[in-house]
Design a binder for this molecule. Sequence first.
Ligand code: ATP
Ligand code: MG
Length: 292
Amino acid sequence: MLRIAIQSKGRLSDDSLALLRDAGIMVDELKRKFLGKATNFPLELLYLRDDDIPGVVADGSADIGIVGFNEVAESGLLADAPAVPGKVTLERKLGFGKCHISLAIPKNQEYTDPSFFNGKSIATSYPYVLEGWLKENNVDARVRKILGSVEIAPAASIADAIFDIVSSGGTLVSNGLKEVVKVLDSEAVLISGPSMDEEKRRILSSLLFRFDSIANSAGKKYILMNLPTESVEEAVKLLPAMRSPTVMPLAAEGWCSLHSVVLEKELWDKIEKLKAIGAEGILVLDLDKIIL
Ligand code: ATP
Ligand code: MG
């Protein structure tokens, strides 16, 4: 049995459960209690506040966790190597919950360089990450830890600047602030702890295999079409697919059906080129998983 910690209620909860569901793991979502269990996979779910997730994974109370990288960075528990006692390892970036932590100042002030912050006070819920940046940039500023409503700190004369999460920037603008330094990029990540026995490692690798198959299908489409047989060679050059496209003869003489996988961003360009060499009846379908 492997135990995963996920956020109980918040921005990452639904996407974390959706990822498990995509991986074929059935969880009773109506029972988001402290501890739950998957019905068809050896996985226990521990529902927590996101701030607590790096700590419980580091001390082995949970084996793995899904949490924002910002929280992992702030915990100071990230190890460069696997299985460091009391630390966590980054297993995968998960592609959702994207945001960054930035320094922002009142919009009427002019920002020059990091020395701007010398002698200033900065309000943040991420003091550890901020202290790291200040040190790296030789800035001597006062860090004021506040847990919520950080963005109102300058207007309320609590601090001169803020260091906080930004996704669209709308909150900053509505509080008369502007982003001046992007310090940390974040997204949801899967972390693992230091003390997993062989059975747990095996379960983790089967989970990672499923997550990777889902990630592989991202941004890709399945495409199939009818094509004059004489154009197959040209079409194969256009559609390299994983090994090579599948080509099947049609009942109609001189025609075949060709199936392949294309990157979504190249889809329309490829379709135009395929039409130019005689492709007809082109179907484009969503891809669920790609098992390599
Ligand atoms: P908890 O009650 O679990 O402590 P929280 O209030 O600290 O929750 P949420 O607001 O639910 O946290 O955000 C969880 C995570 O979502 C953040 O740590 C961050 O990684 C990510 N995130 C993505 N976009 C944003 C955003 N615009 N604002 C805040 N967090 C964001
Ligand atoms: Mg939190």
